[in-house]
Design a protein around this ligand. Structure first.
Ligand SMILES: Cc1ncc(C[n+]2csc(CCOP(=O)(O)OP(=O)(O)O)c2C)c(N)n1
Ligand SMILES: [Mg+2]
Length: 323
């Protein structure tokens, strides 16, 4: 599958927007603290972008801690994410959700939970609903490598296979679950081979190559939509920052290892390809970064001016109304 030049350019743009947003959040946290402790996805942008770009509005996505791009590409604004981080009162979150758990049924976004692996089974439920009421649409479940050692993962993959559900399981394998290296947690060379146990394809891709991620994801979505066959798509990548901004010592990784992965930056990599193919030049590149900066500053201004939730609204959306 050849990827259209404009699509490649758009994916580049979404990676830049995600990077600038995350860097701004990290800077804000250093300056004054961000009430929602930031868990940056810097270095991993190609996974969320490559998978979510081109999804249908009615396809359902359940993002993980590192899938910032999924919210933006599905149509949730930068303003919503930034305001959620500061607990501000927005129509989408009302000050109650973290920016990782924004749900919006109109956009096909399901609010996940903070329990590692806990959202995978919820996404399987969404896939079952889609199969019944919206044939041809698919569910996409994002999670980290650490989540693949949870029972939820195995139960969910098995059930999706047995029920023949239209779902793509995307493992953002950044090779660490907080401080635990994947090599210390599993004894297999690739996580994708776990799909063999359940009877559907498991594919490993270079998660820093957005075009490879996109191609594999498109094929998986097609398989889900037309054959009700799930796929486990393992995207091998790396987080540049600590698990969260509280993880400052990083003593479980070497500086050399981090530097080596920074040299594999997914944005720099696609930029080079786009420059070589004449799709991008230095001037249009600067335009993309400037646009991203403007979008992010707009989200910060929105967050600053948004009110905090009213105390009397504390229980709104928490309990169902009595009938
Ligand atoms: C069941 C459970 N155990 C532990 C935690 C604390 N915790 C939050 S994220 C995380 C690491 C998750 O690693 P991984 O699944 O690889 O995702 P990553 O953070 O690398 O994207 C841990 C241990 C949790 N939220 N839920
Ligand atoms: Mg991980």
């Amino acid at each position: 599958m050849e990827i259209d030049r404009n699509d490649a350019l758009q994916m580049y743009r979404w990676m830049v927007i995600t990077r600038v947003f995350e860097e701004r959040v990290v800077a804000l946290h250093k300056q004054r603290g961000v009430p929602e402790l930031p868990h940056a996805c810097i270095g991993q942008e190609a996974v969320g972008v490559g998978v979510c770009y081109g999804l249908h509005r009615d396809d359902v996505v359940l993002p993980s801690l590192r899938t910032r791009a999924a919210f933006f590409i599905k149509g949730s604004s930068l303003r919503t994410s930034m305001a959620a981080m500061f607990g501000k009162d927005t129509p989408e979150c009302g000050g109650k959700n973290t920016s990782h758990h924004i749900g919006d049924p109109e956009l096909g976004l399901i609010a996940g939970s903070g329990i590692v692996g806990g959202s995978i089974s919820v996404c399987v439920g969404a896939a079952l609903a889609l199969k019944r009421i919206k044939p041809q649409r698919v569910a996409v479940s994002f999670f980290g490598d650490g989540a693949t050692n949870r029972a939820d993962f195995h139960e969910s993959l098995n059930l999706a296979a047995v029920l023949k559900l239209p779902i793509v399981f995307v493992c953002e394998n950044n090779q660490y679950a907080y401080s635990t290296a994947l090599s210390r947690a599993v004894a297999i060379p690739r996580l994708a081979i776990r799909a063999d146990s359940y009877g559907f394809p498991g594919i490993t891709v270079d998660g820093n190559d957005v075009l490879a991620v996109h191609k594999a994801a498109r094929e998986a979505v097609e398989r889900a939509a037309t054959q009700n066959t799930p796929t486990l798509l393992e995207c091998v990548t790396y987080r540049w920052r600590g698990h969260s901004e509280r993880d400052v010592s990083g003593s479980y990784r070497t500086v050399e290892e981090i530097e080596e992965w920074k040299r594999k930056c997914p944005i720099e990599r696609l930029k080079k390809t786009l420059l070589d193919r004449g799709v991008l030049n230095e001037s249009s590149d600067a335009g993309i970064w400037n646009e991203a900066l403007e979008m992010v500053e707009d989200s910060v201004a929105y967050m600053e001016s948004a009110p905090y939730p009213l105390p009397e609204h504390t229980l709104h959306g928490v309990y169902a109304e009595a009938r």
